[in-house]
Design a protein around this ligand. Structure first.
Ligand SMILES: NC(=O)c1ccc[n+]([C@@H]2O[C@H](COP(=O)([O-])OP(=O)(O)OC[C@H]3O[C@@H](n4cnc5c(N)ncnc54)[C@H](OP(=O)(O)O)[C@@H]3O)[C@@H](O)[C@H]2O)c1
Length: 329
């Protein structure tokens, strides 16, 4: 990954190029979905959601991801209303529906128009098919993509993307196919310290094809809540994916905190989680989802720290290197 840094607001954000799109993007992107949905699903109101977006801009974030289904497009649109459009990279998405109840191409086009209205813009930088699974893939490529390509011709969409359903497709079956398809300029892939399989099964092929990569699930629940981490680790041990002797079950990721922030170690599991993803070969942007401006500032600091030390990366690989069966939710 090549990146440069520049001063913006109080932080010194780093920027990189999003694959063949050529878009210059912050290495940390703000996600409007996940469990927080900018705080709208955790007790925050619309004003707080807008404040999170504005704080992200102050911190140098220029990549913002949302989706029709998140209910955050309008808050993002309001937060951006006084910002120059070409200073922001906007990414949104829509579900295709399931076998037997697919959206028509016309309905998909109406979704794009709705996203444009809610975001208050006349073009989307990236429009993704949301959470696509293998059973839906052929319909989407055959019927929906041509409609979206017509919208590209009309200047309403700059680049097409596809995101996986990581909870249901934790071994990246869909993206392993999509990455070589040619119509997708950008992919959104699940990756974290507990399931690093994208580093083997998706990211090298994406780099080879020049496809831009967005990482989701860097932290999620398992890496922000110790109780959930313990449950996921127990599951992996029960499934035989992780060797119980390779870690301390009472503190499974304690080893990533060795040095307590000194000597390149991390001071928290959340910090380690974002750093881990940023520095994986082939990753362009790591998404962070939060409804908390202090968490956001802390996550910017984390993403700007160097890669985790080699001995910690080797231990993570030793413990979790073969896992492809959990998402970390
Ligand atoms: N299939 C798809 O297309 C798909 C699926 C999932 C996600 N996404 C996209 O990817 C984005 C990122 O995923 P995600 O939202 O799950 O992000 P994430 O950054 O992996 O995890 C977010 C979770 O971590 C917590 N958190 C964040 N920073 C924290 C901190 N410093 N300390 C403690 N807890 C912290 C958040 O809670 P707080 O609000 O309390 O900070 C939230 O519960 C989404 O927002 C969405 O845009 C796409």
């Amino acid at each position: 990954m090549t990146s440069e840094t520049t001063h913006s607001g109080s932080a010194q954000m780093a920027y990189t190029t999003l694959g063949r799109t050529g878009l210059r993007v912050s290495v940390l992107g703000l996600g409007g979905g996940g469990h927080s949905r900018l705080g709208l699903s955790t007790g925050g109101d619309e004003a707080n959601a807008e404040a999170v977006v504005r704080r992200g801009l102050e911190l140098g974030i220029n990549f913002i991801d949302t989706a029709e289904s998140y209910g955050t497009q309008s808050a993002i649109g309001r937060a951006l209303k006084d910002v120059r459009r070409d200073e922001i990279v906007l990414s949104t998405k829509k579900w295709a529906g399931k076998v037997g109840e697919f959206l028509t191409p016309r309905q998909m086009a109406e979704g794009v128009e709705q996203s444009l209205r809610e975001l208050g813009t006349d073009y989307l930088d990236i429009f993704h098919m949301h959470g696509l699974q293998m059973g839906e893939y052929d319909y989407v490529v055959g019927e929906i993509v041509p409609e979206l390509q017509a919208m590209q011709q009309a200047g309403k969409i700059r680049f097409l993307g596809v995101t996986e359903m990581f909870n249901a497709d934790s071994s990246h079956e869909m993206l392993s196919r999509a990455v070589g398809e040619g119509c997708w300029d950008v992919i959104m892939v699940g990756l974290n310290m507990l399931n690093p399989s994208a580093g083997r099964d998706v990211l090298p092929a994406a780099a080879e094809a020049g496809v831009g990569t967005l990482v989701m699930f860097a932290v999620r629940n398992a890496l922000s809540r110790p109780k959930r981490l313990a449950e996921v680790v127990d599951q992996l041990i029960d499934e035989g994916k992780v060797d119980a002797a390779s870690l301390d079950r009472t503190d499974p990721l304690g080893f990533v905190l060795v040095g307590g922030g000194a000597d390149g170690g991390a001071s928290s599991v959340v910090e380690a989680a974002y750093r881990y993803c940023r520095w994986r070969q082939g990753v362009d942007v790591v998404l962070t989802g939060t409804g908390d401006v202090d968490h956001l500032a802390s996550n910017v600091e984390s993403i700007l720290r160097p890669a985790l030390p080699d001995d910690i990366l080797a231990r993570l690989d030793d413990v979790f290197g073969q896992v492809d069966s959990v998402s970390g939710s």
